[in-house]
Unconditional design. Structure first.
Length: 527
């Protein structure tokens, strides 16, 4: 699979000005600009992108810099904004440079398939008022270019028939989305004509969006990668019908539906193609993965599924390789664990799929810790970890689901009662819980009860005025005990009315606090 380094190399040549035609820059300000100006500086900006496209119609390498503001019909834009050659539009940021086409169908188009790049940077396209009955004749963006770079661009509220269309007379190309946001959209974004590009979607956010492709032979990327993306629902991603390789790498899915179609092998134009699909280092929370493939299904490698997620296989199969999941192996789900024993997943700062590791505070190490070689090591994000203490993994690699490297929280201990208002003679039920998702603690737990002034304390479980530990010894990381135990006390008749506290804490061996101090207030009426 071609990696992002290839795309970066192409961008390098682009930035270095490959080509003989001189570059032309225009500057546009929708408030203080004037289309009667030359538009060659911020001192004399144009008012509309439409004006820049008209003046620069014969310029092959045209860059249009956009100021803060909203570019719309009200500011003088005429949609579609028609360029001769693929344009470069650069805004200030997605929050400050906004293009609002209103009810127009096509937003941007160009007429010449020169094989150059189209670049969109630092913009937001609003689709909140787009027609819902648009068809292919009215796509969202229709550009004819060999390659496209869409970086730091937000698309908000586009309807089910809006599309990003890319076509050229050349055979290969890149369609590259980086650091983009797809917000509350229901759109067919990746519709391609007459080309076989690499589709790269990196570090993008999909919020409440349902996305499909055109699902016919016009969409045939040789390589498609979605890397470091986040999908949060409700929404779905479906219809990626590829004649090449498709991979989701280090992506997060939450409240989302992922549908994986086709699979196996097929023929196109006399050639035989395969449809491998890899999901590497992905996490699924309250999400559904639906598989409907002809023969070979996808491989899930180093992925994590929470108990609320579901893997539904209509046809085909799936292979889970070093995955953290509750799925039971059956006729369609195959578990591949070429190690002796189980991976020994434990709770950590961000979830329950860390690897047990004595160096980070567990009582034993997983057989997946410190594996010398692994072919997919380059797929893990830099600084990631399988350790609960947040220390990044280094060679030799740990094989397992990799979380971002973050500092762990301190151990938590809590004490609660069945209610918070009591009278003399009432029974009070006390519950104690403990959670350690960070590092191992050598120390003790203390539970105490006393008045608001704290001038006296009674220690549980022995109910003495002398500090007495509830438990002591080694408290390993990755352990959660939501209910360590309960006890029942009768409120004494002579206890003064007022506010009282239950206190809980974990102390290190030197009596310093290892946890936060947990305080649970109650009120006792006069006796």
């Amino acid at each position: 699979m071609r990696r992002i380094t290839i795309c970066a190399l192409c961008l390098f040549f682009l930035m270095c000005g490959v080509g003989s035609a001189p570059a032309v820059d225009f500057y546009v300000d929708p408030v203080d600009g004037d289309d009667a100006s030359n538009g060659l500086s911020w001192e004399a900006p144009l008012r509309t992108i439409t004006g820049a496209a008209r003046i620069g119609a014969s310029d092959r390498f045209l860059t249009v810099y956009l100021s803060d503001g909203v570019f719309s019909r009200e500011s003088g834009e005429v949609f579609p904004i028609s360029f001769t050659y693929p344009p470069w539009l650069q805004g200030v940021s997605p929050e400050r440079t906004i293009i609002d086409p209103g009810t127009s169908g096509t937003i941007i188009e160009n007429s010449s398939a020169s094989g150059d790049w189209v670049v969109l940077y630092g913009l937001t396209f609003l689709g909140h008022s787009m027609q819902t009955d648009m068809v292919d004749a009215n796509p969202m963006i229709n550009v004819r270019a060999n390659d496209a770079l869409i970086q730091r661009v937000n698309f908000e509220g586009f309807s089910s028939q809006t599309q990003f269309m890319l076509g050229s007379s050349l055979l290969y190309g890149f369609l590259y989305f980086q650091d983009c946001g797809f917000i509350e959209c229901d759109a067919r974004w990746f519709t391609l004509y007459d080309c076989y590009p690499d589709l790269l979607v990196h570090q993008c956010l999909f919020t409440g969006s349902s996305l499909t492709n055109d699902q016919d032979e016009r969409f045939t990327p040789f390589h498609a990668e979605l890397v470091d993306c986040r999908f949060s629902g409700p929404g779905s991603l479906e219809g990626f019908d590829s004649f090449g390789e498709l991979a989701y790498i280090n992506c997060e899915f939450e409240d989302f539906r992922l549908q994986i179609l086709s699979g196996g092998s097929g023929s196109h134009g006399g050639y035989v193609y395969y449809y491998p699909r890899d999901l590497i280092g992905c996490s699924f929370k309250n999400s559904t993965i639906e598989i409907n493939t002809h023969q070979n299904g996808p491989d899930f490698e180093l992925c994590a599924f929470d108990p609320a997620s579901e893997l539904v296989i209509t046809s085909g199969a799936a292979v889970l390789f070093f995955c953290c999941s509750s799925f039971v192996s059956n006729d369609h789900i195959y578990l591949s664990l070429p190690i002796e024993g189980t991976p020994l997943f434990v709770e950590g700062p961000l979830g329950g799929c860390y690897l047990s590791n004595t160096e980070s505070g567990q009582w034993t190490s997983s057989p997946c810790v410190d594996i010398d070689t692994y072919e997919r090591r380059d797929c893990w994000p830099a600084g990631s970890t399988t350790r609960t203490d947040g220390v990044p993994d280094q060679l030799p690699f740990d094989i397992g689901y990799h979380y971002p490297s973050v500092a762990p929280p301190p151990p938590a201990i809590w004490v609660e009662t069945d209610r918070q208002d009591y009278a003399p003679g009432d029974e009070m039920t006390v519950s104690v819980g403990y959670e350690n998702r960070g590092v191992r603690v050598e120390g003790a737990m203390y539970i105490a009860f006393g008045p608001e002034s704290l001038d006296w304390l009674v220690y549980w479980p022995w109910m003495t005025f002398t500090p007495t530990s509830f438990a002591h010894g080694t408290f390993y990381s990755g352990l959660t005990y939501p209910n360590l135990g309960t006890t029942t006390h009768t409120i004494p008749p002579g206890l003064a009315s007022g506010t009282y506290f239950w206190l809980a804490a974990v102390l290190n061996a030197d009596a310093s606090l290892a946890s936060d101090l947990n305080v649970w207030p109650i009120t006792i009426a006069g006796g």
